[in-house]
Every structure is written in structure tokens, then in C-alpha cells.
Design a binder for this molecule. Structure first.
Ligand SMILES: [Zn+2]
Length: 298
């Protein structure tokens, strides 16, 4: 009898997935500054969307060609492109693209805004995820500005006429950050990612040039980086594995979407804030755009 109910439960789950996949799949695009910016912030929810049959694309505006202490230029850009593609493969997303603008030199220029508009339109995006324009890194700030400058313009046909304008304005969202001035990040949507946590780590550690070379060099702890794939993975988890920790604000938001019981059990989560410049979704629409909300994890 117990087996029968478990069977019924699995069929129910599969039907849930089929319904989501049979409906038009959702198109999600994240646009950010460097090839690794999205990995620590939205990899888990992206894995979940991809598993449900939705189309997720990551776009790094710069090619990352400044992010190393020994190499640079085209050679570094090529290496980082390969690392990103590997991370994207691990997440199961449709594409992890790297545009060719120089790292550490990004400005909110009109030509780049047009390219961002093109990317969003060509993906026929329902959801656009970017960075907030409050950040320590100028590339992050300007990547955030570029995405918000594209909001609304994506529906204006006379702008970037080589890519057909969208007929409906997507929902624009910000990834989580720790900056508090002029105002702190406010989680509107929080996804529990405990069940895909190891896969998030696997994708992140594909960025070898960053997590085991460049960033430890900047932090002055390059000599602590161990040799060997498994040891490095553990080291990464110890140093950066808490980036998906749940803040009190995220916890309160989880109660809204998952209920008290799931929220209390959750250890890792990823949060987004709804930008005021795109479409303003109702809670019902948010549940359609984020079909993983409310699922039973633990
Ligand atoms: Zn970055």
C-alpha cells in the first residue's frame, strides 16, 4: 500500500513537470559583468529551471581579460570562456555566453546598451536578471546600469531595429549583493537550493583561473590553495560555500513562498529583488515564472 502511494506521488511529480514543460517554456536571461558573476548568486535556481525544461542563458558583458595576476588579454579571455562554458554545461543551462568587451573597462555606453537590448530580445525573455548598480566593482555597477537602461527599451521598435522588439515587457530582477548604501538588497523571491547545492559547487569550481589562482592571489592566500581537484573543491566550499546562506530577510521571504516548515529547514537559498523598471508581476505570476517555489525539498 505504501509503495502504491509513493508511486502515485512520483506520477504526480512527473505530471507537474510535464505540465510545466508542455506549456511554453520560459525564457530566462541573466546579463552581468564577468564570466563568474552569476555563478554564486543564481546557479541553483537556474539548474532548477533548466531541469524543468526552461531556457536559461547567462551573458557576461566583459570577457574577463583582466582577472589574473600572470596572464591577460586574449589568452585569458579564451580560458575564461572555456571555464564558463564548462560551468554552464554542469548547470544544464542552454548557454553561458561571453561578449568581447574588455574587463575592468566597462562603461554604460550606447553601443553596449544596444547589444544588451539585442540579447534580451533575441532570447524572447520573460525574465531578465541583472546586478544592482550599487557595488564595489565599476564593471558590476555599469553592467547593472546597462541592463536597467535596456528595460522598457526592449519594447520600443525604433531602437535596435535589427532585433524585433518584444511585445511584452519582461520582469527585471536584481541578483543579491551585500551593499547597503543607498539602500540594501530586499529579497522579493527566494528559492531554496539545498537539493542542488553540490551541483552549484561543481559549476563554480569550473572557474579555476578565478577561485584557485586570481582571487586567492588578490586576497593574499594563494599559498593556501591545495593541489588536486577534490581538495580544491573542499577548499572552495570552506571559503565560499556560504555565499548561499539564508539571511533573516531571506528567511522571512521563504515563509511567504514555501511556508513555515520548509523555510525553517532550509540552509541554502538564492534571492532576487524585483526592479521597478520592468513588468510588475503579481504573486500568481511569480509562481508561474518560478515554478520551483513551494516545492518540497527536505
Ligand atoms: Zn564580477
Amino acid at each position: 500500500m505504501k509503495k502504491f502511494f509513493i508511486g502515485l506521488f512520483i506520477v504526480g511529480l512527473m505530471m507537474g513537470f510535464t505540465v510545466a514543460a508542455d506549456d511554453e517554456p520560459l525564457n530566462i536571461i541573466a546579463v552581468f559583468a564577468h564570466p563568474d558573476d552569476a555563478d554564486g548568486r543564481i546557479a541553483g535556481m537556474s539548474i532548477k529551471w533548466a531541469r524543468m525544461g526552461h531556457n536559461v542563458k547567462f551573458v557576461s558583458i566583459t570577457n574577463g581579460d583582466a582577472g589574473h595576476q600572470e596572464t591577460g588579454g586574449a589568452r585569458l579571455a579564451q580560458r575564461r570562456r572555456a571555464e564558463s562554458e564548462e560551468a554552464g554545461r554542469i548547470y544544464g543551462i542552454a548557454e553561458y555566453k561571453t561578449l568581447d568587451y574588455h574587463d575592468a573597462e566597462l562603461l554604460p555606453r550606447l553601443d553596449i546598451r544596444k547589444q544588451v537590448i539585442r540579447e534580451i530580445r533575441n532570447w524572447n525573455a520573460d525574465i531578465v536578471i541583472g546586478l544592482r548598480p550599487n557595488d564595489y566593482h565599476p564593471d558590476h555597477r555599469y553592467a547593472g546600469t546597462l541592463v536597467m537602461d535596456a528595460a522598457y527599451m526592449v519594447v520600443v521598435p525604433n531602437i535596435v531595429s535589427d532585433a524585433p522588439a518584444l511585445r511584452k515587457n519582461p520582469v527585471f530582477l536584481y541578483m543579491r549583493d551585500r551593499f547597503t548604501k543607498p539602500y540594501p538588497f530586499e529579497p522579493d523571491i527566494t528559492v531554496i537550493v539545498d537539493d542542488v547545492y553540490e551541483q552549484i559547487i561543481d559549476g563554480n569550481v569550473a572557474h579555476e583561473s578565478q577561485y584557485f589562482e586570481w582571487l586567492p592571489w588578490v586576497a593574499g592566500n594563494l599559498d593556501e590553495v591545495p593541489e588536486g581537484k577534490e581538495a580544491r573543491r573542499e577548499w572552495f566550499k570552506k571559503n565560499r560555500g556560504r555565499r548561499t546562506s539564508i539571511t533573516p530577510e531571506m528567511k522571512a521571504n521563504l515563509v511567504k513562498w514555501y511556508g513555515e516548515e520548509q523555510a525553517n529547514k532550509a540552509v541554502h537559498g538564492e534571492a532576487l529583488e524585483i526592479a521597478e523598471y520592468g513588468r510588475q508581476p503579481s504573486d500568481e505570476e511569480i509562481r508561474q515564472l518560478f515554478p520551483m517555489l513551494g516545492e518540497t525539498i527536505n
